[in-house]
Design a protein around this ligand. Structure first.
Ligand code: C2E
Ligand code: CA
Ligand code: CA
Length: 723
């Protein structure tokens, strides 16, 4: 504000021009105020005419100096009452006003400004004048608001922010930075950012010192491994921005530090799950394919021989069924350990899924040397192993194919080793067999089943059962999975797990799959027309069906002919298909998705894990395989897998369905972990269509609005169902 002494300065000045038009440099008003950073208006209190307006005043109000000679104060201050108050206020001649008053002024272009006006009374040439000092509050309050917002943002953001001065010393840090690194603001200020972040030195030298090399306005970005105050590593992304400031010497830089530990962990896990079997920690089928391709090209280059051994645990299915999947898993881990122990470091061992393993041997001399390895593996399984309280002897069967003797490419080699394995099992198990061309045509049981299946399909002897699926949170029905049932006249009930693979191999699956789709859509249309809230039907698609190329038309046709809306159809796809054909998979799945149906990934986590592809596929739901659910909540392994699948799927915006939920404890665990949907015997076993609808009706009646307590009624429904 105007200091007192200065008022006197023009008080005592001898000559003053009487009109504004005279702008001689000796005008004391001009001398004093012309360049002042605030607007100064000098008016005659009697007439209200302007005696002088400085440059800032002209700029603020939009009039030039000449225009002011034609104006009076009331032209720019429209509030007459306020004007009177201001001009009559009895300020002493030379004292500054106590405070500035908020006033509205009208600019030349008609825009109203909110300003602060400080009035003075001053004596010039023996006359009293009013001096108004005006500050533009519109911009000031806007700046204040901006500053408040910026300060709030600075403290509230998730990312750490540090601001360094021209000497690369930290000037300010926000709360997030302090939280992330464990330093207090006081500990941070005055230090160099690299001393605070302590980035991984090896990688850091590549970057020089980005704070130093940055040009003004430029941005440097990079990921580094930093260290917390306590020493723990922390992967972060840095974004450094050199800030333009008014003085040339001040070279502030703003550094935004984003914590990547969550993402890095997820990426690592995704990679691990994509190429390794989570159960045994062995390479999975995809890594085996990669490895085999490379091994064969090495063998070709060097003119050497390689062997592929396919292994299968004898009677694994029986063990799994009688002792439960948790024991089955334990057994598979044990098997992996034994293989690791007997084989050399450079031999490649993979789990292909289920109880199948594969071994790749490079640089083998002849059949004899491979046979020695076969013996070694059989011997390793000859002594009994303990599983809980039970002791048992595990038998393995092995099929062997040689490169280049039996096959020249990985796929054929795999097929031939598989054929040899089949023969080994047929011939009494616990032995190995080499591939021979005569083995190529295996007929036997498979052939019969195939023929009968074809006949059955034609005669309409197949049935579909539906297994209910409900929301984990409140037991409300969401859908039912269609599961094929085949009642054979002599053999009795044949599991789809047995005949689907045969149908796949023979190509019969295309016809079979089409029938299932049409039947399931028709059944679902019927339930959804019964007055109950519509739910979806889930249909399993085999990889063969998806590859076939007609699947999009087939699905569209099934929807069309049944009248079912696409939102009520879900297609279940298996991981193995996805892993083997990622490119075609994406195309086909996108086309299916475009029809409006939803897609789920079946049997997730069973050894073909394709988490790395998962985010590229338009998948709505992931179904955790029931082998992982079986041991919950006691089995640490199952807990870890389930939790990480839930975390990753949810991160990718997908829902998670748990399969094979059999107990209240499993349900409680899954609900607690945020699992979205439940399927399994605890809710209901697969049912013929009519009983499925009856179950849905009862559940809906008992729990009309789907509440958490609704799960309590589920066992009563089961009892009613068994009655
Ligand atoms: P999936 O798709 O994993 O189906 C779930 C299987 O788990 C069904 O066996 C079901 O009966 C069983 N299950 C459900 N809840 C529980 C539970 O709480 N405990 C236990 N222990 N088991 C439970 P299912 O019906 O024998 O089917 C076996 C497989 O056959 C299916 O496995 C699916 O891969 C295939 N499949 C069945 N129907 C079709 C079909 O129409 N098309 C194709 N392509 N495959 C089918
Ligand atoms: Ca399924
Ligand atoms: Ca499944």
């Amino acid at each position: 504000m105007l200091p007192q002494g200065e008022s006197h300065a023009f008080d005592s000045a001898g000559t003053l021009p009487s009109a504004m038009a005279c702008r001689c440099d000796t005008d004391p008003l001009s001398n004093l105020f012309e360049w002042a950073p605030f607007a100064v208006l000098v008016t005659d209190p009697a007439s209200g005419r302007f005696r002088f307006v400085n440059r800032a005043g002209q700029r603020l109000l939009g009039y030039d100096r000449d225009s002011f000679t034609r104006l009076v104060l009331s032209d720019i201050i429209p509030d007459a009452q306020l004007l009177r108050l201001l001009t009559r206020s009895p300020h002493p001649a030379t004292a500054p006003a106590a405070r500035s008053a908020p006033v509205r002024v009208i600019r030349k272009d008609g825009v109203e400004l909110r300003v602060g006006l400080t009035p003075y009374r001053a004596l010039l040439e023996n006359r009293t004048y009013w001096i108004s000092i005006i500050e533009d509050q519109t911009t000031r309050s806007a700046i204040e608001r901006e500053l408040r917002l910026a300060a709030a943002a600075f403290e509230q953001v998730q990312d750490g922010i540090l601001i360094t001065d021209g000497n690369l010393r930290v000037e300010r840090v926000n709360k997030a930075f302090c939280r992330m690194f464990g330093y207090s603001p006081a500990e941070s200020i005055g230090r160099r950012p690299r001393d605070l972040l302590r980035p991984d030195y090896d990688r850091w030298v590549l970057y020089q010192d980005p704070w130093r090399v940055l040009d003004e306005g430029a941005v440097w970005q990079g990921e580094v491994v930093a260290r917390r105050k306590v020493g723990e590593q922390l992967p972060v992304r840095l974004r450094i921005h050199r800030v333009r400031s008014d003085s040339a010497t001040s070279q502030h830089a703003v550094t935004v530090v984003s914590d990547l530990s969550g993402r890095k962990e997820a990426e690592h896990q995704i990679h691990r799950l994509a190429y390794y079997d989570v159960l045994t920690d062995l390479p999975n089928r995809s890594l085996l394919s990669d490895h085999l391709r490379r091994a064969l090209s090495r063998a070709r280059e060097r003119g050497r021989r390689s062997a592929l051994l396919c292994l299968d645990l004898d009677r694994f299915k029986d063990i799994n069924d009688t002792l439960g999947p948790a024991t089955g898993n334990e057994l598979l881990r044990l098997m992996a350990d034994r293989l690791r122990t007997v084989l050399r470091e450079e031999d490649f061992i993979a789990r292909m899924g289920g109880d199948e393993f594969a071994i790749v041997l490079e640089g083998v001399r002849d059949e004899h040397s491979v046979a020695l390895v076969g013996d070694k593996v059989l011997n390793a399984f000859a002594h009994p192993c303990r599983l809980g309280d039970t002791e048992m002897v595990l038998g393995v069967s092995i099929g062997i194919a040689l490169f280049p003797d039996h096959a020249g490419d990985p796929d054929t080699l795999l097929r031939h080793a598989d054929t040899a394995l089949y023969r080994a099992k047929e011939q009494g198990r616990n032995l190995y067999r080499f591939y021979t061309p005569e083995l190529g045509q295996i007929t036997s049981e498979r052939f019969h089943i195939e023929r009968e299946l074809r006949r059955t399909l034609e005669q309409g002897e197949l049935q579909i059962h539906y297994q209910p699926q409900a929301r984990a949170a409140d037991a409300s029905m969401v859908g039912g999975e269609a599961l094929l049932r085949w009642q054979h006249p002599e053999r009795g009930w044949i599991s789809p797990a047995q005949f689907i693979p045969i149908a796949e191999e023979s190509g019969l699956i295309l016809e079979l799959g089409r029938w299932v789709l049409q039947q399931a859509c028709a059944d679902a249309y019927a339930w959804n027309s019964s007055g109950l809230r519509p739910i979806r039907v889930a249909v399993n698609l085999s990889g063969k069906q998806v590859i076939d190329g007609r699947i999009v038309d087939i699905v569209a046709e099934a929807l069309d002919s049944s009248g079912l809306v696409p939102e009520q159809l879900e297609l279940e796809i298996t991981e193995s298909f996805v892993i083997k054909n990622p490119e075609q998979g994406i195309r086909t799945l996108n086309a299916l998705k475009a029809l409006g149906v939803s897609l789920s990934m079946d049997d997730f986590g069973t050894g073909y894990s394709s988490l790395s592809y998962l985010h590229r596929f338009p998948i709505d739901r992931v179904k955790i395989d029931r082998t992982f659910i079986a041991g919950l909540p006691g089995d640490n392994y199952g807990v870890a897998i389930t939790s990480s699948i839930l975390a990753i799927a949810h991160t990718l915006g997908m829902e998670v369905v748990a399969e094979g939920v059999e107990t209240a404890e499993q349900l409680a665990f899954l609900r607690d972990k945020g699992c979205d949907e439940i399927q399994g015997y605890y809710l209901c076993r697969p049912q013929p269509a009519s009983r499925f609808l009856a179950f849905y009706r009862r559940l809906a009646r008992l729990s009309p609005h789907g509440r958490g307590e609704a799960w309590a009624v589920v066992p009563t429904l089961q009892a009613a169902d068994n009655a």
